[in-house]
Design a protein around this ligand. Structure first.
Ligand code: ADP
Ligand code: MG
Length: 732
C-alpha cells in the first residue's frame, strides 16, 4: 500500500531517474503526484464523428490513420495527416511539422483534439491538433472497440496531463502511473477537515476526490470538469483556501495576543497632530486616522491595511500616525518600494514636519557607506525620530533605539507573502531595541511590546476579497478624494498625431504647468521597435522643446542624480519630465497636469491607472494622453477603452483582475502570492468567503461542533501546507 508521504521513487514504474524528472515539477511524494491534476479532459466516451464536426468548435475525435506526408509552401514545410472513420475523412495539418514525419502508420488509432476550421475549399480540417496514438488498429475494424474499452485512453473521459522532462514523461505515462498509484493507495487517507465543515460545504471524501478528479465518472459533465466545478474539484479548491485562511486567522489571533505599545493620545499629542496639517483633512482621512489612533492606543500591536485610490491622501494620515508615536517617545520607520518614492516621502515629510522640529533621516541602499554608518548610529541612539527608506531598512538589519511604528507604503508592490515575511521580520526586529536597552540595563520587562504596523496600498482590491486575502489585517479605506479636484480627461490617440500632442504640451507649459512623458523602455532595441526614454529625451529636448527645460528620469540613473532630477521637477525647475515607469507609484507634484504615455498599449491597466494618478493632484484640470503606436492586441484595446471610460480605481482593478488573472494581478511572479493549484481567487470568491468563515470557527477553538482532535488535525495539516506551499515556516 502506498502512503501519501511515500517518496515517488518507490512507486512501481518510476524509480530514481524519473523521480528526478518529477522533482523538477515539484512532485516528491505520492501525495504530490496525486495532486498533479489534469489540465483538461477529453470526452473519448462520446467522441465526435466527422459528420458532427462544426467549424470554430473544439472537438475530440477518434479515427484511424489513412495516410500522411510532408509538403512545402514557400514559407514553411507542412505535415499533413489524413484520418478516417469508415468512409469519412478528416485532414490535419502541422506547420513546420517535419518532426512528425515518421510518427504515424496507416491503420493506427489516434485521438485528436483541436479547433475545427475550414480550408480554402470549404473542407473541414484541424490545424495543429493535440494527438495521441492509441494503438494499432486490428485491420478488420472489429477489434477496435474491444481494445478501446479495455484501455485507459478511450471509451471514457480521459485526463490530459502536461508532459514532463521535455516530453519524456507523456500524458499517457502520467495516466498510467497515477492510475496505478490510486489503485495501490491506502484506503484510509487522513481527513483533516472537521466533519461539520465537510457537511456544511458538502465535501466528498479525500479518496473519492482523488479518484474522480483523475478519472471522472462517465456521466460527469465535461463543462464542469473543464471549469473545475465538479465535487472533486470543489473539495480541492476548498482545501487550498481553507488552509490558507486557517493560517491567516491563526496569525491574526496570535498577533492580537502579543503585547504591543499603548500610545497615549492626550491633548498635547492631539495638538501636535493638528499642527502639522497643511490642509483640512477630508472626512475619510479623519475617519481612518481615528481607526488607526484607536489601534495605537490599545495594548495590542496594530496590524492595519490602509487602502485608498491614488491621490486620496494616504501620506498625511501616515505622517499623523507617525506623530502619535514620536510624541510618545518612539521612533517610526516609513518604507517605500522604490528609492524615488522614499526620497519623495523624505522631502515632503521634511516640508511638513521639520518646522515643528522633528528629526527625519533618509536611509536607502545606495547611500554611501560612511554616511550610512552615521545615519545608522543616529537611528540606533534613538536620535532620528522618523526614518524613511526602502525595505532595505529591514533587510539591512538597521537597529532602532526604540521602534514604535512601522509604515509600509504602496504595499501592492510587495505582494502578500512578501508582506507576511516583512511583518514577521518587523515582529522579530524589536529584538534589537530590547538588546540595546538591555545592554544599557534600562529595559524594564513588559514595557516595550511589538511595534505597530500600518501598510498602505493604492490597489483598490474589491472589499470582500481584501478582507479574505488580508485576513490577518484590519482594514481602513479612504473612499473620498480631497476637495477641488477636477476629473482627469483621458484620451487615446495614435502616435502619428504626436505633433498635435506636443503642441498641447507646450500650451500647458505656457500656462505654467508641468508634464510627464512616459516610455515603456529606457533604450530601444531592434526587436521591439519601441520608442525609448533615452532617445526621445534627446529628441524632445534638442528638437521639439529646445526652449523648454526637459529632464530625464529612469531606473538606471544613480540615486543622487535621480534625487536631483526629482527635486528639480518638484520645484518647477523642469517643465517636462521624460521618464520610464519609475514614477509609477507615489510621486506627487500637484502642478503637473499632463501625463503623456507613449506605447500605452504596452502597459498594464493598473500601471496606467497609477501613472494617471500622478496628475490631477491640484486644482487645475488635468489630461492623460495615451499614445499608441504599432499593433494593439484585443486585450490592449480593452485596457485603453477602460482607461478612457473611467477614473474609478475599483472598476479598473476589477477589470485588471479579470484580464490578467489573480496570479499576475497580485504579483505572484515577483512577490509570491500563494500559487494555487486549482483555486482561482476571483472565480472561487464564494468558496473563499466560506473558507474564511469556517477557518475562523475552527481557530476559535473546540466547540459543540468541532472536537479538540479535529482542530488539532486541521492546524497540523495547515502547518504542513504552509511550509510546503507557501514557504512560510512560522505560523500557528
Ligand atoms: P496617495 O494616497 O496617492 O499617497 P498623497 O498622500 O500623495 O496620495 O496625496 C495626494 C495629493 O493630495 C498630495 O498633493 C497631498 O498633499 C494632497 N492632499 C491630501 N489630502 C488633502 C486634503 N485633505 N486636502 C487637500 N489636499 C490634500
Ligand atoms: Mg502615496
Amino acid at each position: 500500500m502506498l502512503e501519501p508521504g511515500t517518496s515517488v521513487q518507490y512507486v512501481k514504474g518510476i524509480g530514481p531517474h524519473r523521480a528526478a524528472v518529477l522533482a523538477n515539477k515539484g512532485i516528491h511524494t505520492v501525495d504530490d503526484l496525486l495532486h498533479y491534476l489534469p489540465f483538461r479532459y477529453e470526452d473519448r466516451l462520446n467522441p465526435r464523428t466527422v459528420a458532427e464536426l462544426r467549424p470554430g468548435k473544439m472537438a475530440t475525435i477518434i479515427a484511424e490513420v489513412r495516410n500522411s506526408g510532408m509538403f512545402r509552401t514557400s514559407r514553411m514545410p507542412i505535415f499533413q495527416l489524413t484520418v478516417g472513420q469508415g468512409r469519412a475523412r478528416l485532414k490535419c495539418l502541422w506547420f513546420n511539422g517535419t518532426y512528425l514525419r515518421d510518427r504515424f502508420q496507416p491503420g493506427q488509432l489516434v485521438a485528436l483534439y483541436g479547433k475545427v476550421d475550414e480550408d480554402r475549399r470549404g473542407e473541414l480540417q484541424i490545424v495543429q491538433p493535440q494527438f495521441e496514438i492509441l494503438g494499432e488498429a486490428s485491420g478488420d475494424g472489429e477489434g477496435d472497440d474491444v481494445k478501446a474499452a479495455a484501455s485507459l485512453e478511450v471509451g471514457r473521459i480521459v485526463p490530459i496531463y502536461e508532459s514532463a522532462g521535455q516530453g519524456k514523461l507523456t500524458a499517457r505515462w502520467f495516466r498510467r502511473i497515477i492510475r496505478s498509484t490510486l489503485e495501490n493507495l491506502t484506503p484510509d487517507l487522513p481527513e483533516s477537515i472537521p466533519a461539520v465543515v465537510r457537511a456544511r460545504i458538502g465535501l466528498v471524501s479525500p479518496v473519492e476526490t482523488l479518484w474522480k478528479v483523475h478519472w471522472p465518472d462517465a456521466g460527469e459533465s465535461i463543462t464542469d470538469l473543464q471549469s473545475s466545478r465538479t465535487p472533486a474539484h470543489v473539495r480541492l479548491i476548498f482545501e487550498e483556501l481553507f488552509f490558507l485562511e486557517l493560517g491567516l486567522e491563526l496569525r491574526r489571533r496570535q498577533q492580537k495576543s502579543q503585547s504591543g505599545i499603548s500610545f497615549q493620545l492626550d491633548d498635547r499629542v492631539r495638538e501636535a497632530i493638528k499642527k502639522i496639517l497643511p490642509f483640512h483633512p477630508t472626512n475619510a482621512q479623519k475617519r481612518v486616522l481615528k481607526e488607526i489612533a484607536s489601534d495605537m492606543q490599545t495594548p495590542f500591536p496594530m496590524r492595519r491595511l490602509l487602502q485608498g485610490d491614488v491621490g486620496s491622501g494616504k501620506t498625511i494620515v501616515a505622517l499623523q500616525a507617525a506623530i502619535i508615536a514620536i510624541e510618545n517617545g518612539y521612533q517610526v520607520a516609513l518604507m517605500a518600494p522604490t528609492e524615488i518614492l522614499a526620497q519623495q516621502h523624505f522631502f515632503s515629510a521634511r516640508q511638513i514636519l521639520e518646522n515643528a522640529g522633528y528629526r527625519i533621516v533618509l536611509l536607502t541602499g545606495s547611500i554611501e557607506q560612511d554616511r550610512k554608518r552615521d545615519i545608522r548610529r543616529h537611528i540606533a541612539q534613538g536620535n532620528a525620530q522618523l526614518v524613511i527608506g526602502t525595505h532595505a531598512l529591514l533587510e539591512e538589519k538597521v537597529e532602532f533605539g526604540k521602534l514604535g511604528l512601522v509604515i509600509v507604503d504602496e504595499q501592492h508592490r510587495f505582494g502578500v507573502l512578501q508582506r507576511l515575511k516583512l511583518m514577521r521580520k518587523s515582529a522579530d526586529e524589536p529584538a534589537p531595541a530590547a538588546k540595546l536597552d538591555s545592554k544599557r540595563g534600562a529595559r524594564v520587562p513588559g514595557t516595550d511590546g511589538e511595534p505597530d504596523v500600518l501598510v498602505m496600498t493604492a490597489t483598490p482590491i474589491p472589499r470582500t476579497l481584501a478582507l479574505t486575502l488580508y485576513g490577518d489585517l484590519d482594514l481602513s479605506v479612504i473612499d473620498e478624494l480631497p476637495p477641488g479636484r477636477t476629473p482627469i480627461v483621458t484620451r487615446r490617440i495614435s502616435d502619428e498625431r504626436a505633433p498635435e500632442v506636443w503642441e498641447f504640451v507646450r500650451k500647458q507649459v505656457n500656462a505654467g504647468h508641468q508634464v510627464y512623458v512616459v516610455y515603456p523602455v529606457i533604450e530601444e532595441n531592434q526587436e521591439t521597435e519601441l520608442k525609448a526614454a533615452l532617445k526621445m529625451y534627446k529628441e524632445l529636448s534638442n528638437k521639439t522643446f529646445t526652449d523648454l527645460k526637459v529632464g530625464l528620469l529612469h531606473g538606471r540613473l544613480d540615486s543622487e542624480l535621480k534625487e536631483q532630477v526629482m527635486r528639480m521637477f518638484q520645484r518647477g525647475e523642469l517643465n517636462i519630465l521624460v521618464s520610464t515607469t519609475v514614477i509609477e507609484v507615489g510621486v506627487d507634484v500637484p502642478n503637473a497636469t499632463v501625463m503623456v504615455v507613449e506605447h500605452a498599449e504596452r502597459f498594464g491597466l493598473s500601471q496606467l491607472h497609477q501613472l494617471r494618478g500622478r496628475i490631477g493632484r491640484g486644482a487645475a484640470k488635468s489630461f492623460c494622453v495615451l499614445m499608441t503606436g504599432g499593433k494593439i492586441s484585443e486585450e490592449g484595446e480593452r485596457r485603453l477603452d477602460a482607461m478612457v471610460r473611467t477614473n474609478d480605481g475599483f472598476e479598473i482593478a476589477e477589470l485588471d483582475l479579470e484580464l490578467r488573472g489573480p496570479g499576475e494581478f497580485f504579483g505572484t511572479r515577483q512577490a509570491g502570492m500563494p500559487d494555487f493549484r486549482v483555486a482561482n481567487l476571483i472565480r472561487d470568491r464564494q468558496l473563499l468567503e466560506a473558507a474564511k468563515r469556517e477557518a475562523a470557527a475552527v481557530v476559535a477553538g473546540p466547540s459543540a461542533e468541532i472536537t479538540k482532535e479535529e482542530r488539532e488535525r486541521a492546524i497540523q495539516q495547515m502547518r504542513a501546507r504552509w511550509r510546503g506551499t507557501y514557504g512560510l515556516a512560522e505560523v500557528g
